[in-house]
Design a protein around this ligand. Structure first.
Ligand SMILES: C[S@@+](CC[C@H](N)C(=O)[O-])C[C@H]1O[C@@H](n2cnc3c(N)ncnc32)[C@H](O)[C@@H]1O
Length: 269
């Protein structure tokens, strides 16, 4: 779904080189490889995930149309100036603390006229909600405060935290400003909001669940951040909700951004 939406508006031709920045296991890049003759550069700051992407490409027998790089999106150092026709990213730039640097790096590696298409999760509303709830919960409902503590291991729950945390130091308008500030043209942003129903899961599955990639699972959080008494209270109160999918529906927000690198080439250094 995300990959289709990111690729839908990219006019890719055989021979084009697409860089999937923050590729992870390759979600978007693998979908791009399905376009005839397209070459994909899988780049991620994690060597482990670059290798996973390589394995997935090998499984599809497409290694001849793929290259791989361990690269921080804030600089994309291993990638040469004006070396790719398109840059795609999904839930990747959101993890980069310095987004101005990331957009400048993306523009540097795009050839003049090259295209950028990304989808980034927008967590600011969730974090503001967590912040507003934090104080009230301690007095109104101590059990809900336990649930809140788990959520706050994934996203900040203070205004200062929201300002500096990579996942919340931007919103969809910020993405637009970053792209314009980096010199992109034809910048468009679309905010996609969708209601996500709570799904019934076993308690074991709940314990293995993390709020976000990179955040502790519920099991790890309970073991490390809760007292024995709190763990018992958490399970008594919330296990039934996990098991019947009884949490309130949430709203998931993603910003899709499309932009064109201007015809004048940008040189680094
Ligand atoms: C939520 S995953 C998304 C992976 C993939 N794009 C997808 O859609 O499935 C976030 C990815 O961003 C990568 N990442 C985080 N910080 C990064 C950085 N500074 N530079 C490059 N990649 C980064 C992580 O290693 C991880 O693979």
């Amino acid at each position: 779904m995300f990959a289709d939406r990111v690729l839908k508006r990219l006019p890719l031709a055989p021979g084009d080189v697409v860089a999937d920045v923050g590729c992870g296991e390759g979600l978007v890049g693998l979908a791009a490889l399905e376009r005839p003759g397209v070459h994909v550069l899988f780049a991620d700051v994690s060597p482990l995930l670059v290798e996973r992407a390589r394995d997935a490409v090998r499984d599809r027998g497409a290694l001849d149309r793929a290259t791989f790089a361990v690269a921080d999106a804030a600089s994309l150092t291993p990638l040469a100036d004006a070396s790719v026709d398109a840059v795609v990213a999904r839930a990747a730039l959101a993890y980069v603390p310095d987004k101005v640097a990331a957009f400048a790096a993306v523009r540097r590696v795009l050839r003049p006229g090259g295209r950028l298409s990304i989808a980034e999760p927008i967590f600011r509303d969730t974090a503001f909600r967590l912040t507003a709830m934090r104080q009230a919960l301690e007095t109104l409902d101590p059990d809900l405060a336990l649930l809140h503590r788990w959520h706050a291991l994934a996203l900040p729950d203070t205004l200062d935290g929201i300002r500096v945390h990579p996942l919340t130091n931007f919103d969809e308008r910020g993405l637009l400003r970053f792209a314009i500030g980096a010199g992109f043209t034809d910048v468009q942003v679309r905010l996609h909001l969708e209601q996500v129903a709570s799904v019934a899961v076993s308690w074991d599955a709940a314990l293995a669940t993390a709020m976000l990639p990179g955040a502790p699972t519920l099991g790890t959080a309970l073991a490390e951040c809760y007292t024995a008494d709190e763990r018992v209270r958490f399970e008594q109160r919330f296990r039934p909700l996990f098991e019947r999918g009884g949490f309130p529906a949430d709203v998931r927000a993603h910003a899709y951004l499309w932009a064109v690198s201007p015809a004048t080439e940008v040189r680094s250094g």
